[in-house]
Every structure is written in C-alpha cells, then in structure tokens.
Design a protein around this ligand. Structure first.
Ligand SMILES: Cc1ncc(COP(=O)(O)O)c(C=O)c1O
Length: 359
C-alpha cells in the first residue's frame, strides 16, 4: 500500500472549511439574545430562521418547515405523501440514502434513467402510462451521484406533467448554490410551486454536523408536515437554528458560499482532467458544480472486485450498486466525491485508480 488511505466514499466537506470562529460567535450571540426561545420547545423550527428562509424564496414562514437535516424532513414528506406500496419515482441513479428511506417506508421505488440533462422524459412518460406516482424525487442541480443538472426544457416538461397528472415532485437541492461555472437554471419549484416541494439544507454550504434542513412548499402540505413532525420530535434542535440564523442575518452565508466555490472549483477541474487523462476508457461526467463526478467503467470491470483491490491499494470506493433502484445497473458505476480532497490527493487517488481499472 502506498501513502495514506484516500477515501472516495461519502460526499462530505473538508473539516478545515468549517467557519468555526464565526459559528462560535454566532452561537453565543444567538443564545445571549434569545435563550428563552432557543432553549424551549418550538414546533416547526426557530421562527426568525423560518422567516429568513421564506424571504429567500419569496414566501411566508407558513410555507417553511425546518428539521434536523433534510433527510429527516424527507422522512416526514414520505410519511405524509406516500402510503405503503405506492409508487415513488426516482432518477436512476439517485442518492442512496433517499432510495433506502423510501423503501424503509414501504414505497415501491421505480427508477427512471438519468441522462446528462435530467431524467429520460420518454421513459418517464412510458412509466406514467402505468399510473402517476405518489411522488417523484429529483435532484435537479449537480445531482448526487451523477453531477448532472436538469435542463430548463426538462424542468418545464416535468412541471407540466406533475400538474397534468397531479403528482408531487420533491426537488432536493443541497448543492444548488455550489455552482462553479455557468448560469443558474430556475428551480423546478419556481416553475410549479403548487406541485413541488423544494428541500435543502445547510450541510453542504455550512456544516453537516449542524443537522439543519428545510422544505418550502404549499401551505397546506407544510401544515400537514408540521403536524407529523410535531408528533415525531415535538420540534427540531433550536440552538443550532439560532446559531445559523445569526450567521445568515450577519450576511456571512453568501461570503462562505463564495469561499467554498473558490476552494472546490479547482478540485473539480483537477478531478475531471485527471480522470479523462488517466482513465479515458470510462465515460466520466463533467458537472458544473456540486460534490460529485461519476462514470461507468469499461466492460470487464465489476465494482465488487474493484473495491477489494482498491482497499489493498489504500483507496476506499463506494459501491456503485447502492445508487440504483435496480442494483445490477451499477455494477460498473463509480462515484467520485472530490470536495474533501486536496488537489494532490486527487492526483494520487486517480493515479491509484488508474492502476486498478481494467481497460
Ligand atoms: C441529494 C442529497 N440530499 C440530502 C443529503 C443529506 O443532507 P442532510 O445532511 O441535510 O441530511 C445529501 C447528502 O449527501 C444529498 O446528497
């Protein structure tokens, strides 16, 4: 084994990117100002933070629910909108934990193939002929795991289909603000606010340990989610919300996002260049933002065997099959999270990988 182990499994931010001193100052200021609210029970989240979040989207706080992570919020959405055995559509591949969460809640998960510019609409329309799903879960910006961004044309068609066929779309957008090049595409929520729940979190733009996520949606659905959340946890952890509210109120979030983009942009450029240079036989994605590049390895490779050999070479790889509703579709699939690695580690990691991939 050469050098120290390089971990290419989960998409986590680098710990040295956390704005620790600012968060300490904001946490203290928040508690000094509003301890009687922040240390008490409160359903739905810290009101000033809900107000602030709503203002970012041009809606009132009654359209905002916060929770302890977006994954927790998604679990409430599933319980409220998807009954046991009902169909839930996801992109194939999709975020492995969301697939697991849907299945744990007895949803029938149906994968719709993902292309470079979003889901395959023909395949979706064929699937819709068998009936509309209870919900469709989409990661429209810098998708996990592919890195793909759904085009405006596809967003418009998706909004139309959801409207016509009365199904909910959950737009999961934790990476949306981490765009390293190009122009923002309007969110699906902005195109169909009556049919889309827009979910996001502070995990990738600030720190995942905060466990602070939220959803924006139609008032009636948010009210139902409030009720479900209240009977699940009474209210989310508030001191964290006070700290984050203070951080946002001081205008530090935008500054932090710009700093992160400057940190991650060269890492993306390096990983894409290295992969295309050293393993050109695979088809690698070229995302404009987010945390992940991914690719399908040439015929003859299998992720199980590759992971075993990678472990011996000091390289930890995720199991590509976990991202696919039909696991066998991911036998040759590899997701590469690049944000937490330095450029030197990226070069080293890709060179170790290149020595293992069968051409
Ligand atoms: C698409 C997507 N949604 C949700 C999450 C989890 O976010 P949170 O930390 O808010 O639960 C992740 C984390 O990797 C993700 O990639």
């Amino acid at each position: 084994m050469q050098g120290s182990t390089i971990n290419l499994t989960r998409g986590v931010p680098p710990t040295d990117a956390f704005p620790v001193e600012d968060l300490i100052a904001c946490g203290e200021a928040a508690l000094r100002r509003d301890a009687s609210v922040l240390l008490q029970y409160h359903r739905g989240g810290y009101p000033p933070l809900r107000e602030w979040l709503g203002a970012q989207y041009g809606v009132g706080p009654e359209q905002v629910l916060t929770g302890n992570s977006s994954l927790e919020v998604f679990s409430y959405i599933i319980r409220v909108l998807v009954g046991a055995g009902r169909r839930a559509f996801v992109e194939s591949p999709s975020y492995d934990r969301s697939i697991t969460l849907l299945r744990r809640n007895d949803a029938h998960v149906v994968g719709v193939p993902l292309q470079d510019d979003g889901v395959d609409l023909e395949a979706l329309e064929t699937e819709l002929e068998a009936g509309a799903p209870a919900l469709m879960y989409l990661i429209t910006d810098f998708q996990n795991p592919m890195g793909a961004t759904t085009s405006l044309e596809k967003r418009e068609r998706l909004a139309e289909l959801a409207d016509d066929q009365s199904f909910w779309i959950v737009e999961d957008a934790p990476y949306r603000r981490l765009r390293y090049r190009g122009e923002d595409v309007p969110s699906l929520w902005s195109l169909a606010p009556d049919r889309v729940l827009h979910m996001s979190s502070f995990s990738k733009v600030l720190a995942p340990g905060l466990r602070l996520g939220y959803v924006i949606g139609p008032g009636q659905v948010i009210a139902e989610l409030f009720e479900w959340a209240e009977h699940s946890h009474i209210g989310p952890v508030l001191p964290t919300q006070g700290m984050v509210y203070e951080y946002c109120r001081r205008g530090l979030l935008d500054v932090n996002i710009e700093r992160l983009k400057d940190l991650y942009r060269p890492r993306l450029n390096t990983v894409v260049a290295q992969l295309n240079d050293q393993i050109p036989q695979a088809q690698w994605t070229e995302p404009d933002g987010g945390f992940f590049v991914s690719g399908f390895l040439p015929q003859g490779n299998h992720i199980v065997d590759l992971r075993e050999r990678a472990e011996e070479a000091g390289l930890k790889l995720s199991d590509g099959r976990d991202f696919f509703p039909n696991p066998a579709d991911g036998n040759r699939f590899l997701r590469i999270p690049f944000c937490s690695l330095t450029e030197a580690q990226i070069v080293d990691g890709v060179s170790r990988l290149a020595g293992l991939v069968i051409r």
